[in-house]
Design a protein around this ligand. Structure first.
Ligand SMILES: Cc1cc2nc3c(=O)[nH]c(=O)nc-3n(C[C@H](O)[C@H](O)[C@H](O)COP(=O)(O)OP(=O)(O)OC[C@H]3O[C@@H](n4cnc5c(N)ncnc54)[C@H](O)[C@@H]3O)c2cc1C
Length: 442
């Protein structure tokens, strides 16, 4: 049995490791076009910030480790350019030229590509999009001589990069076409904006960037109003599934534009599995819908499932509710599930509960707050979505995610065992208070 893994990120290396464990006699090869496998792009902002000094700290295991400990052949700087499904052969290109490989199974784990509206933006000097560790390395190096930086896009990566750049003393301006973290309610988004302004970051919302180009050595941001020139621009405009190879293979793409897979992570072609930022999965909030969830925890688990099923297990991936978290300095920000507007779109009568509460016992210093919104389904009495902003967000978001994913009713949530001690939560935690509001009013 010969298994080829295309892409050595979180999904690919999880799949390869799982196949090795279950099929000790198999031959496993991983082809990765960048210089690293088993790496954490999520750490790039913290590397730029210098919280992490060595880029290699973002690499969990090296190719040598995979060979020695798991007998997996890793080929870095090698791109898979073509797959011939009927001949069960694929073509790789590296410095050594073009080669052909046979396979029994493929795992396509090609990840995502940063969204850039016009590829000419990236042709300009000092304009950066983040995908591979090399991108983080180049940015950090170049930044030594650059001071005035524009961040384009106010989503997760934009917020994290704004923090990183501000912490290393850059003058930062964030451009966002809607509002910061647009999947949050406007007033929560406003809290992030205020935090940014407190840190002397300029935030320009409602600004659609039409072009990014050079003006001499500087970077010009073109939009409806004239902007000063910048030394550099970092793009954080979201990602799109990397489906180029899948498309060329004739694999079915799904309703979100990502690769369609069944719940065993098998594509429309039986010998090809796919996992990670290139696939869509079941939406755990609106049944029957697919969700594009380009997050590291999903990628790892999907890779595990793909590898397990190639290894003759029969396990399924339930799907995702899109639980995601980030922070800006001390302000933690989490979202999961759907918004009130989305609920309306699906014909669901939503009952939103929005509260501002103490993040821990009111007497326990320093006084910190948490803003919590839960969107409930009025008829089914279950949570559909949540937004958590402030302090101690991770635990609350994890609880809410589990409740949403599993259809836990509000009646059960109200009386659930949320732990309490003064440094962590008030005795009536925000999650319980929000559930109680629904319980008493509906
Ligand atoms: C700056 C940044 C911050 C992030 N922060 C978070 C976070 O805080 N939390 C979170 O959950 N997620 C975060 N993410 C997203 C997370 O990194 C991804 O969800 C995760 O890496 C997906 O894993 P993957 O294996 O699907 O894709 P990737 O890790 O992208 O790996 C795919 C690999 O495939 C390779 N490849 C593609 N095509 C080919 C080909 N034809 N031949 C050979 N190789 C190929 C690519 O080079 C790439 O290395 C962040 C991403 C970035 C960029």
């Amino acid at each position: 049995m010969k298994v080829i893994v295309v892409g050595g990120g979180a999904a690919g290396m999880s799949a390869a490791s799982r196949v090795r464990k279950l099929l000790p006699q198999s031959e496993i090869k991983v082809f990765e076009e960048s210089s690293y496998v088993s790496y954490a792009p999520c750490g790039i902002p913290y590397y730029v910030e210098d919280l992490v000094n060595d880029i290699n700290a973002l690499v969990t295991y090296t190719p040598e480790f995979f060979k020695k400990e798991r007998n997996i052949d890793v080929h870095i700087k090698t791109k898979v350019t073509k797959v011939n499904l009927s001949a069960k052969e694929l073509t790789t290109v590296s410095d050594e030229g073009e080669k052909t490989e046979s396979f029994d199974y493929i795992v396509l784990s090609t990840g995502a590509i940063p969204f850039v509206p016009d590829k000419r933006w990236l042709e300009a000097n000092h304009v950066y999009a983040l995908r591979h560790l090399e991108d983080g390395y180049t940015l950090k190096n170049d930044l030594k001589n650059l001071q005035n930086v524009a961040v384009i896009g106010g989503g997760y990566v934009g917020v994290e990069m704004a923090e990183a750049l501000s912490k290393i003393g850059k003058k930062v301006t964030v451009f966002e076409m809607r509002r910061l973290m647009p999947n949050l309610d406007p007033e929560y988004s406003q809290i992030i904006k205020q935090e940014m302004e407190k840190r002397s970051i300029k935030v320009i919302e409602g600004f659609t960037v039409k072009a990014v180009e050079n003006s001499g050595e500087k970077v010009r941001i073109v939009g409806d109003t004239e902007q000063p020139l910048f030394d550099a621009a970092v793009l954080g405009l979201g990602v799109r599934p990397n489906v180029e190879l899948a498309r060329s293979m004739g694999l079915k793409l799904g309703e979100t534009g990502a690769i369609w897979v069944d719940d065993r992570m098998r594509t429309s072609e039986p010998s090809v599995y796919a996992a990670g930022d290139n696939v869509e999965v079941n939406d755990l909030v609106i049944k029957g819908r697919k969700r594009y969830a380009p997050f590291a925890p999903e990628a790892n688990k999907e890779g595990y499932i793909a590898g397990s099923n190639i290894g003759n297990q029969n396990i399924t991936f339930p799907g995702s509710a899109g639980s995601a978290i980030t922070k800006f300095y001390d302000l933690e920000i989490g979202v999961v599930g759907i918004t009130e507007d989305e609920a309306k779109k699906y014909g669901i009568e939503a009952f939103p509960v929005k509260i501002k509460h103490n993040a821990k016992a009111s007497y326990y210093p320093p006084q910190e707050e948490v803003y919590l919104k839960i969107v409930f389904d009025k008829k089914r009495r279950v949570p559909l979505g949540g937004q958590v902003v402030g302090k101690n967000v991770w635990g609350r978001l994890a609880y809410l995610s589990l409740a949403i994913e599993n259809g836990i009713t509000v009646d059960r949530m109200f009386f659930s065992g949320v732990p309490y001690a003064p440094p962590f939560a008030p005795v009536w935690d925000s999650l319980i208070v929000a559930s109680r509001i629904f319980y008493e009013r509906v």
